[in-house]
Design a protein around this ligand. Structure first.
Ligand code: NG6
Ligand code: CA
Length: 484
């Protein structure tokens, strides 16, 4: 079968109606859920984007590579010699593509925006790439197709700088009157498309993206990728930019919810999924295509722009009753909406199995009959039967990363102490990071809200969970893995 992983950005489990949302309706995603496996305890490897994406593609916990949120001008984080899930599909004869958000760095050293951006996705297993380099709120605000900036006019080269202003395009600090949405200081650098961003840029006018058009542009690239590869199976990592900030959905979604742009961006996400499914139907591929829908980290309301996400949230709970959200060590940081859809090939059900996105790698290896190399996918567990709803016992233990590290063993959850200062930009947000000087221990069985810290009451469990974490930190967890 073809395999598509739809990876949304900053979408919470509670943001979808199939997980209980009532203030927004997501019929297209709900349809996949109703006819597939809907997971309730499936996790990204981290509470932020870059580390989660690193883990998804490499089957490795992100700390093994020091993966943290990357600036928009970072070099490629995954070294070309690292085995990736895309590379595995490629070896199995699939055509592979990444379309959407990248945020794993480009190039060696400093990216050459006006030349060849290499190494990048094409050097780590993708046959085709059409990406935005980092995040919607970071410069350069251009698409990259394969090895170069898309639609760049060579007479109008791009300059990017994350430390000081370059060129004479106004910044949000200088010209707040030009903005469609106000932003905090970090997001008040160069203005592009009436939105100020993190970082400074100038040049590349013909290549600049228009925020409202991004989902349709991605879909058109998906359409041509699929049509180009008629006859051969494909693996598509479809990495949506919704619902990350700045949220500027297409005007057709304006007012689709009473929650402002954040709610409307959820509706746009659902539309994108619907369009993709219709494309698969049109091309007669739906029955032979596995579609996974999930997200990279938990939900956040105010992430730098005054877009009224907080003011208009009403009783909507993006964290679906769990504590925390994006950046947080608590459950909602990594507990992701996760749907496995394979028309006609799985028994629709809800699964409470514990699962991590690092497991997709080894699980698809099983599908492909690919025997993992000694140095491949160090933390990935083969859970194909769980993914497809043929088994209910998922992982027994799991690591998740925020700034600190957390481990699960069954329903027990341990959050390691954090004794360094919280980054200043995070400190002044109203975000429950879960970072505390002392360790925390919860029993999610009867305390899914992580309200009662049992660290004093359960010294034995404390020791056991601490040891579990030490063990994970000291080496790969996949049986059979050998470093070479
Ligand atoms: C943070 C940004 C935030 C967002 C995040 C990455 C500031 C103050 N905040 O540093 O806006 O871009 O990085 O989000 O700079 S993620 O989903 O890609 O991890
Ligand atoms: Ca994200």
């Amino acid at each position: 079968p073809n395999v598509i992983i739809i990876y949304s950005d900053d979408l919470g489990m509670g943001d979808l109606s199939c997980y209980g949302a009532t203030a927004v309706s997501t019929p297209n995603i709900d349809k996949l859920a109703a006819n597939g496996i809907r997971f309730t305890d499936s996790h990204s490897s981290a509470a932020t984007c870059t580390p989660s994406r690193f883990s998804l593609l490499t089957g490795s916990y992100a700390f093994r590579n020091d993966a943290a949120i990357l600036p928009g001008d970072a070099p490629l984080l995954i070294r070309p010699e690292t085995p990736t899930m895309a590379g595995m599909f490629q070896q199995a004869g699939y055509r592979t593509a990444v379309i959407g958000k990248w945020h794993l760095g480009l190039g060696d050293g400093y990216p050459d925006w006006n030349g060849t951006l290499k190494p990048g996705p094409l050097e780590i297993g993708f046959d085709y790439a059409f990406v935005i380099p980092a995040t919607l709120d970071r410069v350069p605000t251009v698409y990259v197709e394969n090895h170069g900036v898309y639609q760049l006019d060579p007479n109008d080269p791009i300059t990017v700088n994350y430390n000081k202003k370059v060129g004479n395009w106004p910044t949000g600090t200088e010209r707040p009157d030009l903005l469609k949405v106000n932003a905090d200081l970090q997001h008040s650098n160069t203005i592009v498309d009436s939105i100020s961003r993190i970082g400074y840029m100038t040049g590349g006018t013909a290549a600049l993206w228009k925020d409202q058009e991004i989902p349709a542009i991605f879909l058109s690239k998906v359409d041509s990728f699929i049509n180009r590869n008629e006859g051969s199976p494909f693996f598509l990592y479809f990495s949506l930019t919704d619902i990350h900030v700045p949220r500027d959905p297409h005007p057709r979604f304006k007012g689709a919810t009473a929650m402002g742009v954040r709610g409307d961006a959820i509706v746009q996400t659902d539309w994108t999924v619907g369009e993709l499914v219709r494309l698969l139907e049109r091309t007669n591929l739906l029955e032979n295509t596995i579609v996974i829908f999930t997200s990279d980290n938990g939900p956040v309301l105010d992430d730098g722009y005054a877009d009224e996400a907080e003011e208009l949230i009403g009783s909507h709970d993006p964290s679906a009753g769990f504590r925390g959200g994006k950046y947080s060590a608590y459950e909602a940081g990594t507990r992701m909406p996760t749907i496995f859809y394979w028309k006609g090939s799985v028994d629709p059900q809800v699964s409470d199995a514990l699962l991590s996105q690092v497991d997709f790698y080894a699980s698809f290896a099983r599908l492909l009959n690919h025997e993992l190399l000694d140095n491949e996918a160090p933390d990935s567990y083969e859970l194909w039967d769980v993914l497809t709803g043929n088994a209910t016992a998922g992982r027994e233990t799991m690591l998740t990363e925020s700034f600190t590290m957390s481990v699960r063993r069954g329903k027990w959850k341990y959050i390691a102490p954090w004794r360094k200062p919280t980054p200043a930009w995070l400190d002044n947000k109203r975000i429950e990071t879960g970072l505390q000087q002392e360790a925390q221990l919860f029993n999610l069985q009867n305390d899914k809200e992580e309200a009662t810290n049992l660290i004093e009451d359960e010294p034995e469990k404390h020791r056991e969970m601490g040891q579990l974490l030490e063990g994970i930190l000291s080496g790969a967890t996949r049986p059979g893995f050998k470093k070479i």
